[in-house]
Design a protein around this ligand. Sequence first.
Ligand code: GLP
Length: 227
Amino acid sequence: MNWETVADYAALSQRAAEILLAAIRSDPRLVLGLPTGRTPVGMYERVVAECAREYHCFRDVTTFNLDEYVGPSREYYHFMKRNLFDHIDIDPANAHIPDGAAPDLQAECIRYERDIDSAGGLGLTFLGLGGNGHIAFNEPGTPFASRTRVVELAEETRAANATPSTHAITMGIGTILGSHAIVLLAGANKRDALERLRGGEVTEAFPASALWRHPNVQVLVSAPFSL
Ligand code: GLP
């Protein structure tokens, strides 16, 4: 696991955007795993600004979002349109988000896993970090081998995200670990979770610790958290 601390949130966003765009330049047909939440907003802003200058930035890129709430709100779908998809040249058919409003959620989860496979698997996946160590919506106790499925949200996650939703569709930890490379983004407000991750104990009680099992993980944190 490669740890990197940058000065502040602006630097975190800049660095993350650079990593994302460099990956697309070296593989224009990249398959990205993408997060929502407050942390990646600045990264998306910079990616949008940069792609306004570059020809065909996302033309051949495929994306898979990590998760979505169950219910009609499609909150993360709207978040992604607002923050990224409406401003780049991605083919909407290649921008995947689990459909939390699907009539058959079970079938939707199976379809999502199949779509990731058909795209050739995840190439580079960006993650945020929950205060309780969750990645995507994989709450403490999630088996590391888990795949895309419907989950119940922890009380503290609902409070942190100010959501009325009680359930979500999420990629599993096993799905995420299948990504060729992973970048975890965390602001200084995730200090406790970062310290626990840094401690190195690998346990299903702390989902992000699964990342120690992966050979290509970069953790990007902003000061004042220091290594
Ligand atoms: C939500 C998302 C996670 C994200 C987490 C952290 O629970 N489902 O994927 O990592 O929030 O969010 P934030 O960046 O807002 O702290």
